[in-house]
Design a protein around this ligand. Structure first.
Ligand SMILES: [Zn+2]
Length: 954
């Protein structure tokens, strides 16, 4: 019996092994590239498990690299580069040959000289290129749940520190390898700890371990930002740490290691490529590294692909950003680990293991370093040429300089200038000057005029070494490749003809197509083709920006009242915080005259006699912290006008008690951008699940924020009972603030939180009218050009699953589920011309209604806003439309970026971006899009704060 069962057990094991061997790749041996130095410990000797058997946590990883560095001080040095939000230290492990390590500071200094052709001539550059190693930036685990890269990193450190193999020695002689041990330590820790605690190594895609709960989602950092989108505005601490280190080292090769694809991906990248990159050089180097990787992968008989999905257009990635700084920036994607866990069943039934995913990254990392070593001198030479040619090419280009006028908000402008300074972009400042041929960013139909600046404006001369990144971040519009656009338009026309149940062709836009910082922030900016020198324009440093940030900070002690003009985003934050501390704050609903000055509507007033004596210190403290302008008023008598401090039109504000939905239905990054914004201004809120809301948890709250999320998921989570609870709460005085997907939810027929209708939906009464207009448009079009011939559609639709939970199958890496999506109501052929096509992300002109409280603090006629969906909302007939896409003669709605010709502008016309519907004693406030998309877009900061702050009072 004993024998029999043993035999059976052996048989079962054998059978399993056979199946496993057939289904998984061969177990990769990480230790074939010796001989190894005995004194250097292998990661496994410290971790106590084999490569790919378990997920390594951050502190364990730190023990590994410290032990290796201690044992190999001749080759390895660890640099601490800054803390994360959760107090983890980020590191760079520098590894090179002992000879290079002995002169590391000298190498760094010579390398830095390659970044400025104004002070380093060609001959000197050649000399440096002969003498210096190449600097290779190897960054791992920016998406914390793409975990294979984290384990790979330790194997690469060990190989470089311990091996005496000639090929490894050659890498070390020709490279200073910079290993970024974790780009997103907080996200990785959430994922690794969770995964380790639930995993059984199950390859079934339905196993629990392949479904990260909402609160884990290790892809993002602490504030649920996608760090691989953050290089545009550098809002996150990790981005700031990495950028600082990046510009200290100025690498020539930069690899960002990910892990979400079905097969391994390495460059060449897909189209479109950011037009600010020098095409032949970029292509040449992508090809060199791509072919080298291909050779290594072919040798191992591993699958991979190139081009196809991952483009280089949006400058905020950790491949495009280094590329725009002269490195060859590359994204590598491995095929296992992360959400696929230790084992994952592929679509053909084979299994990809964590270990094999680690192995692929390891081989790609080593191949890249070998390739960098082989091409060392020419890579260094091209790195020098990158900036030299950038300066030269400005002569042939239209945009020669950009001027940013800080007078509308000094603190916000300082935020913008600091982003440029972090990216080593030279910024100048002049107290007053005239800019010839100035063209305003605010209009797409540029007309030029001489513009005088007397308030002191920032000047960015594009003829500078950092021209390419400066232009990528600041140019009013980034040129799309014409052939690429034609392709997408052809797909669009074919899609319009497709039937309801036919899969649509997907578009190749990977990301938003407009992001220029002046428009995203909402500061006044101009560009000019005039390069004549501006006198008194001096280079500024960081201290200068800090001082300018506080330029309008004022506090004068008041006897009667304090006036906080709503000229800064922070003014509203100050009011919210004062109310929280139980001070009494009011707002002037009409233009106010006080202290001998006129103030627009929306000005905050804190009366001394209505408050505790500590009001003086409280306001002084806030003024300093938030760089506020605060005026002290010593008499209640106004010189002119109807409204003074004591007027009926100065209305008391209620303390907003804010709750925010934090649940599976909610977009992580939308929630994160709101959380981060509240955190910046130290405004308190309570995250809450939908279940709690359904059970009456809103009782003690006055505001509920519903971040973007899939409408259908919101709908099923609330259910009809939940919606009823919500409506009762609103009727009793609550305010709901919705945005994008949650606004779609609010407009759903069976939810009915708003009377606004989604354009193109079945409830949309104006649909047929739109279709008639379309007919006219089409007839006009037909007269001028031949109609395209429809071609068969490939059966692939990358962006067709907006309502689904993101999983490894339907989420590709540069795509977060916030990425542009199609509206949920498409039934193409029946509704052709009636349904807005999802816009990848463009900046549009919204017209401001300056009679509603929602636009307090906004005294301009127009406001640029991001449009990144196909969700267009009909104006409310029952409430106020505070921001509307109003057609104006000769002024297109599109200010920057790509929109669908014949569709977007036509259907967007007359729709609303921001709606307030009073409901019972409460309000429903609807934003068509997210107000703080990725922390980049900030023009709707004041309307958003207003939606929270004033609802109890109006
Ligand atoms: Zn990734």
């Amino acid at each position: 019996m004993k024998i029999k069962s043993l035999l059976l057990a052996t048989f079962v094991c054998f059978a399993f092994a056979q199946i496993a061997a057939a289904q998984t790749e061969e177990k990769f041996d990480f230790y074939t590239r010796g001989a190894y130095r005995q004194e250097v410990p292998r990661p496994q000797s410290i971790l106590r498990y084999d490569v790919g058997d378990f997920h390594t946590t951050y502190a364990q990883m730190e023990r590994v690299i410290e032990a290796i560095a201690k044992a190999a001080p001749d080759r390895v040095k660890i640099y601490d580069i800054g803390l994360t939000n959760e107090y983890r230290m980020q590191h760079i492990v520098a590894i090179s040959s002992p000879e290079n390590m002995a002169r590391l500071d000298e190498i760094k200094a010579s390398n830095a000289r390659l970044t400025d052709s104004r002070s380093t001539n060609q001959a000197q550059a050649n000399q440096i290129a002969q003498m210096n190693p190449v600097i290779s930036w190897m960054a791992y685990t920016i998406h914390g749940n793409e975990s294979a890269s984290f384990e790979t990193m330790m194997q690469v450190v060990y190989q470089l520190a311990a091996s005496n193999e000639p090929a490894t020695a050659e890498i070390l002689q020709n490279n200073v390898v910079l290993i970024i041990t974790g780009e997103n330590p907080d996200g990785h820790e959430r994922f690794a700890t969770w995964y380790n605690s639930v995993a059984t190594g199950n390859a079934d895609r339905n196993a629990l371990e392949h479904r990260e709960p909402w609160s884990i989602w290790g892809r993002y950092n602490h504030f649920r930002f996608d760090l691989n989108r953050d290089n545009i505005a550098a809002t996150q601490i990790e981005t700031k740490n990495l950028q600082k280190a990046f510009f200290e080292w100025n690498p020539q090769v930069a690899v960002d290691h990910h892990g979400q694809t079905s097969q391994f991906f390495f460059p060449p990248a897909a189209l479109p490529i950011n037009p600010n990159l020098p095409q032949p050089a970029t292509n040449k180097w992508n090809e060199i590294f791509g072919r080298a990787n291909a050779q290594s992968f072919d040798r191992n008989r591993w699958d991979y692909y190139v081009r196809d999905i991952f483009d280089l257009f949006y400058p905020g990635y950790w491949d495009s950003f280094p590329s725009l700084n002269g490195a060859i920036g590359m994204t590598y994607e491995t095929d296992g680990g992360g959400n696929k866990g230790l084992n994952w069943t592929r679509d053909d039934g084979t299994i990809v293991t964590f270990r094999s995913a680690i192995a692929k990254h390891y081989v790609a990392s080593m191949t890249t370093l070998e390739t960098a070593a082989k091409n060392r001198a020419s890579r260094l030479q091209d790195f020098y040429d990158f900036r030299r040619t950038a300066i030269d090419e400005v002569r042939g280009e239209k945009i020669k300089r950009i001027v940013i006028d800080p007078s509308s908000d000094w603190a916000k402008t300082a935020d913008l200038i600091e982003i440029l300074q972090r990216a080593k972009i030279e910024v100048r400042w002049s107290p007053n000057f005239t800019l010839p041929n100035a063209r305003s960013y605010a209009e797409r139909n540029f007309s030029s005029a001489n513009k005088s600046f007397s308030s002191g404006a920032y000047i960015i001369e594009l003829a500078q070494p950092q021209k390419r990144i400066a232009k990528a971040l600041l140019e009013p519009d980034t040129l799309q490749d014409a052939a690429f656009v034609r392709d997408q338009m052809a797909k669009f026309r074919r899609n319009e003809l497709r039937g309801k149940s036919q899969v649509k062709e997907d578009y190749a836009f990977y990301d938003i197509t407009a992001w220029n910082l002046p428009l995203a922030f909402g500061v006044d900016a101009y560009w000019s083709d005039n390069a004549a020198q501006i006198s008194n324009a001096n280079l500024i440093d960081e201290n200068f920006t800090t001082q300018n940030r506080a330029r309008k900070t004022r506090f004068a002690r008041a006897e009667i009242a304090y006036i906080i003009p709503y000229e800064q985003d922070a003014a509203a934050a100050a009011a919210i915080r004062l109310l929280k501390e139980e001070y009494r704050v009011s707002v002037a609903t009409k233009p106010l005259n006080a202290a001998g000055m006129n103030f627009p509507r929306g000005t905050f007033v804190a009366r001394v006699n209505r408050n505790q004596p500590t009001i003086h210190q409280a306001i002084e403290k806030l003024a300093k912290e938030l760089n506020l302008t605060v005026y002290g008023v010593n008499t209640g008598f106004q010189d002119i006008g109807d409204t003074g401090i004591g007027s009926e039109n100065v209305t008391a504000l209620q303390n907003p008690k804010i709750a925010m939905v934090a649940d599976e239905a909610v977009s992580q990054t939308s929630y994160g951008s709101l959380w981060w914004t509240f955190d910046r201004y130290k405004i308190e809120f309570t995250p809450m699940t939908i279940n709690n809301i359904r059970s009456g948890a809103l009782k003690n709250y006055t505001v509920l924020i519903m971040p973007d999320g899939a409408a259908a998921r919101y709908s099923s989570a609330f259910g009809s009972a939940g919606v009823t609870t919500l409506k009762t709460w609103i009727n009793n005085g609550g305010t709901v603030v919705t945005m994008r997907g949650s606004s779609v939810f609010a407009a759903l027929k069976d939810v009915g939180l708003t009377s606004s209708k989604l354009v193109g939906s079945t409830e949309d009464e104006d649909r047929d009218k739109a279709a008639e207009e379309n007919e006219v448009d089409k007839r006009k079009e037909a007269e001028s050009k031949p109609s395209p011939t429809p071609t068969p559609a490939p059966n692939r639709n990358r962006q067709a699953e907006p309502e689904a939970t993101p999983t490894p199958e339907n989420l590709t890496d540069k795509q977060d589920w916030n990425a542009p999506m199609l509206p949920p109501i498409a039934s193409p052929s029946a509704t052709a011309g009636k349904v807005p096509e999802g816009v990848p992300g463009a900046i549009m002109r919204a017209t401001v209604d300056r009679t509603t409280y929602l636009t307090y603090g906004v005294e301009t006629e127009n406001l640029p806003v991001l449009l990144a969906s196909g969700y267009f909302f009909r104006p409310s007939k029952e409430g106020t439309n505070a921001l509307i896409f109003e057609p104006k003669p000769k002024q297109p709605l599109t200010v920057s970026g790509f929109v669908w010709e014949g569709n977007t502008e036509r259907l967007l016309k007359g729709t609303a971006y921001l709606i307030d519907e009073p409901t019972g004693s409460g309000h429903v406030i609807l934003f068509a899009e997210e107000p703080f998309f990725r922390g980049i877009f900030r023009t709707t900061t004041r309307p958003f704060f207003n939606s929270i702050l004033f609802n109890g009072s109006f």
